[in-house]
Write a protein that binds this ligand. Structure first.
Ligand SMILES: [Zn+2]
Length: 448
């Protein structure tokens, strides 16, 4: 009896994994061992336990993955409950990652989910290397950029600048916005990484100020007038805080006055919040569709049972249903998934000097950098105890710290400024030392 239940649980998986077919991936070899590997050994990380993350965890568990981890820094809020279906009213205030893991384990027997309630930056880079695939269910561009850089940092290139296949850390990324969504497969070095296609996230379109000031036509125009123009006029110097209910109430009342003046209907408090905080309502069914696509890709990458998506799927359910797959191109000189930024140094250059160079480097502009070589921390800015432990390295030549290797890959992490915003970034450097005769080991012209 128990056996037949167990069999029915893997029946569909068996059809994919125990026999061959016309659409299988290049190295696919059907076998029960493959199924066992998927269930017993393959570890997948889900980043984010929100609308998409909840779906991903559930879908992956039901698809036969038994070793999952989930990482999320947020706590459950009442407004999450309509779509983040693993959460109940009594969970409000608890960490999303912990509750999501617990609920899926309760419902899907035999699944082990380890939860991590912390910021993604709080984990060592090595933490992310333990997973065969990283599945992203995030709504923030910054967080995606960070994980992308982490996964790309594992990538190594051979002497002909070809990616070494065994160092490729696959990512599956999903994103939704209202009735629209996308799913993509990122194989660093082989398909475009997140940074290669950062243009997919254009800066937020704002209404022209003259429309707001002179010819408002919609409720949103009235709200933005109160938010962007009237606030500064009346509260000169005081910064608007979108999380302060009094500020929001003020904007709402001003928007209402303006709407009455121009005879425009539709200004409500919740619309005010939506416009000011740029909230696009999340739709549960969009999350479900995108998560299903991401889970299928994860299964395909992990088992090779079918060719993977190549490489970007868009879904649009605004009017009817439209979906298509586009093959995006890699950025040739991508700072993140490319072979790394070449830095030429004298053998006498100290670690301190390198950190200063990184801040001034036009492409990198990386301040407060921590430096790692072959998994070993050479200098850590934080936490204080590690800073103290590694501080004595600052005055040493980097060449000595790299055991007198003339060329090698060094990982640096710190903060950089992007669109006037401070973001955590992680970069790969190809450090090459000038030999006495002035030639560098990596004789690549045009470096830094
Ligand atoms: Zn890239």
């Amino acid at each position: 009896m128990v056996d037949s239940i167990a069999n029915s649980r893997t029946r569909d998986l068996d059809r994919l994994l125990l026999r061959s077919g016309h659409l299988v991936g290049p190295n696919f070899e059907p076998s029960p061992e493959l199924r066992d590997y998927l269930q017993e050994d393959a570890r997948v990380l889900v980043v984010g336990a929100g609308g998409l993350g909840c779906e991903l965890l559930k879908d992956l568990a039901l698809s036969g993955f038994k070793n999952l981890d989930v990482i999320d820094m947020d706590r459950i809020e009442v407004t999450n409950l309509n779509r983040q279906f693993l959460f109940r009213l009594e969970d409000v205030g608890k960490p999303k990652a912990e509750v999501a893991a617990k609920r899926v384990m309760e419902r899907v027997s035999g699944v082990n989910i380890v939860s991590h309630f912390c910021r993604i930056e709080d984990k060592d880079i090595d933490f992310y290397n333990d997973f065969i695939i990283i599945a992203l269910g995030l709504d923030s561009v910054e967080a995606r950029s960070y994980i992308n850089a982490v996964a790309c940092s594992f990538l190594e290139y051979d002497e002909n600048d070809r990616p070494k296949v065994e160092t490729v850390k696959p990512m599956v990324d999903g994103g939704t916005e209202g009735f629209k969504g996308n799913a993509r497969v990122i194989l660093p070095g082989m398909t475009p990484c997140f940074e290669c296609t950062i243009w997919l996230f254009p800066p937020q379109v704002k209404f022209p100020l003259c429309t707001l000031a002179e010819t408002p036509r919609t409720a949103a125009h009235c709200i933005e007038y109160a938010h962007l123009i009237k606030w500064d006029e009346v509260n000169s110097g005081k910064a608007f805080d979108p999380d302060d209910p009094e500020h929001m109430q003020w904007v709402y009342k001003e928007a209402l006055k303006r709407a009455e003046l121009f005879g425009i209907p539709g200004v409500t408090y919740s619309l005010t919040q939506g416009v000011v905080k740029n909230i696009i309502p999340a739709i549960a069914s969009t999350n479900a569709i995108i998560s299903a696509a991401c889970t299928l890709e994860t299964l395909k990458i992990a088992s090779g049972c079918s060719k993977t998506l190549s490489n970007y799927l868009t879904y649009n359910g605004v009017e009817g249903l439209h979906t298509k797959v586009t093959e995006l191109d890699k950025e040739k000189d991508c700072l993140v998934c490319g072979p790394g930024v070449l830095i030429e140094l004298d053998t006498s250059c100290t670690l301190q000097k390198l950190i200063e160079l990184l801040a001034e480097h036009p492409k990198l502009q990386l301040s407060k950098a921590s430096v790692t070589y072959q998994g070993k921390s050479l200098y850590m800015q934080a936490p204080p105890v590690l800073e103290e432990m590694t501080r004595s390295n600052l005055s040493k030549p980097l060449f000595e710290l790299m055991e007198r290797t003339y060329s090698g890959t060094v990982h640096v992490s710190g903060t950089s400024i992007k669109n006037n915003k401070k973001t955590s970034s992680l970069r790969k450097l190809r450090v090459a030392y000038k030999r006495v005769d002035g030639m560098t080991e990596m004789d690549t012209a045009g470096g830094a």
